[in-house]
Design a protein around this ligand. Structure first.
Ligand code: GLU
Length: 487
């Protein structure tokens, strides 16, 4: 079997976008599925917008998701360096090779001249592009321009009238016409390569077999294919994965939900859930199943099952998947994730003792079945802290005026007093015993206790809430709500 090698090639120019994470994931899955390798290449040729901070953020986000690479700026590899700004001599070299082959040339046109050319095309009703006027400069003309202090760019000579055929593994055969592309810059006047050239040089030298990336790069691909052909290099296989749209079918943007991976982490999404969700943005197993661990994805992923049509970013689905993974996780794991939210909101100090951690665990036990996102723990906190609780509505207040209430509350007090440790199992048994001993039935016992303790008619299981509150708070709340209900 062919040695599969893929790459993820982000530009470190800002927060790591969820769409980039999806591309990285598809690359990773294919490589792992086929026993191949993955390269992380940092495309930092936009000197103004690139930063090491963003590069680090990308790497940390990828690792958080559980996506690892075999070669990259941090782990090294035999075909590095893996940052484009550290490979400039390679691009210069291959640009020179192209010039010698007659497939590229220096262009000395100034910005103003280029603008004039574009306008001339537009005036004729044609696509604005470069005129090709420096294609055949003589040595003397070049020297004259250089003497004038003009700094040349290097342009690729796009052949006239040539169909450029791309056999895309997702989109099928796509044909572009070379006319209309215009001779494009491969090396800018400051010596920095453009994306379409640097990516080809790197993909070739890094022995990439499959280029899997977002659909928006499909229109760049003919420019890249022409470079492969001019250099007589074997092309990789291309797979362009579809756009990610919001639920309203417009391009995914901040309006549709967080767009950067780190925001999901900060909001309390689990990496397993984000991975599962991203995989379904364009891929499906063919069956009804929607829950896939990374291992299952690696076992099942194939480009054949990547859809051509746009993927829709459905926040509710992500929440549903996240809720599933929260329920699957251990209480301790969710408590660890919940803790920073509770600290940030001021419920706990930065340094906590064992008892405080235990308290977080008890809260998580109470809500783990209910939440979709770890930050939702904050929505439940009024159940667990404070002596005074408000009735959620008049109906709730009326529950506490029912005639059996004093008997029920008294029975609860007695049972709690008899307990050595107030813990869920014991409380559950006690509540059951109360229903039996009073012969009042479940609703008549549970509802008043719930309202007396929380002011609400729904919520987490009582036998989880009571241990969090402890006898003292139970007593205070009961005193407060009973008084309030009857005043
Ligand atoms: N640096 C490009 C980007 O982030 C990479 C595109 C590609 O994968 O070729 O969009």
């Amino acid at each position: 079997m062919e040695n599969i090698k893929v790459r993820f090639a982000p530009s470190p120019t800002g927060p790591f976008h969820i769409g980039g994470a999806r591309s990285a994931l598809f690359n990773y899955l294919l490589a792992r599925r086929l026993g191949g390798k993955m390269v992380l290449r940092i495309e930092d040729t936009d000197l103004e917008r690139s930063s090491r901070e963003s590069e680090l953020n990308i790497m940390e986000s990828l690792k958080w998701l559980g996506i690892y690479w075999d070669e990259g700026p941090d782990v090294g590899g035999s075909l590095g360096p893996y940052r484009q700004t550290e490979r400039l001599d390679l691009y210069t070299h291959y640009a020179q090779v192209l010039i010698e082959k007659g497939s590229a040339y220096r262009c000395y046109c100034s910005e103003e001249e280029l603008e004039e050319q574009r306008q001339a095309f537009t005036a004729k009703g044609e696509l604005p592009r470069y005129s090709g006027c420096c294609r055949n400069l003589t040595k003397e003309q070049e020297e004259k321009y250089a003497k004038e202090g003009r700094k040349p760019v290097i342009r690729f000579k796009v052949p006239d009238n040539q169909p450029v055929v791309i056999d895309d593994l997702v989109r099928g055969t796509v044909v572009f016409e070379s006319d209309g592309i215009g001779d494009y810059v491969i090396i800018k006047s400051d010596g920095i390569p453009t994306y379409n050239f640097a990516a080809v040089v790197d993909d070739y030298l890094m022995k990439i077999t499959h280029v899997i990336r977002a659909e928006e790069h499909l229109s760049n691909t003919p420019r890249q294919v022409l470079v492969y052909e001019a250099l007589d290099w074997e092309k990789p296989k291309f797979a362009h994965i579809s756009l990610i749209l919001g639920k309203d079918k417009s391009k995914m943007s901040k309006r549709h939900g967080a767009t950067s991976v780190v925001q999901y982490k900060e909001q309390g999404y689990l990496p397993e859930a984000v991975v599962n969700f991203l995989a379904l943005l364009g891929w499906s197993s063919g069956g009804e199943e929607e829950i896939f661990t990374m291992e299952q994805l690696i076992e099942q992923f194939s480009l054949d099952r990547v859809a051509k049509n746009p993927a829709v970013f459905d926040m509710d689905k992500l929440k549903w998947i996240n809720g599933y993974y929260i329920r699957q996780s251990s209480t301790g794991a969710i408590a660890d994730l919940a803790l920073p939210f509770l600290q940030e909101a001021g419920y706990l100090p930065q340094d906590i003792n064992e008892e405080q951690y235990r308290w977080v665990e008890m809260i998580v036990t109470a809500i783990q079945e209910k939440i979709h996102c770890v930050n939702e723990v904050l929505d439940y906190m009024k159940i667990f802290v404070g002596e005074e609780v408000e009735f959620e509505n008049e109906e709730a207040r009326l529950v506490l005026t029912e005639e059996q209430v004093p008997q029920v509350i008294e029975a609860l007090r007695t049972k709690l007093k008899e307990m050595d440790i107030i813990e869920p199992d014991a409380v559950k048994k006690a509540l059951k015993a109360i229903t039996k001993e009073t012969k009042l039935g479940g609703r008549n016992v549970f509802m008043p206790i719930r309202v007396a303790l929380t002011g609400q008619m729904h919520g987490p299981e009582l036998h989880y809430i009571i241990p969090v509150l402890g006898t003292e708070l139970v007593e205070k709340r009961v005193g407060y709500t009973l008084k309030k209900a009857n005043s």
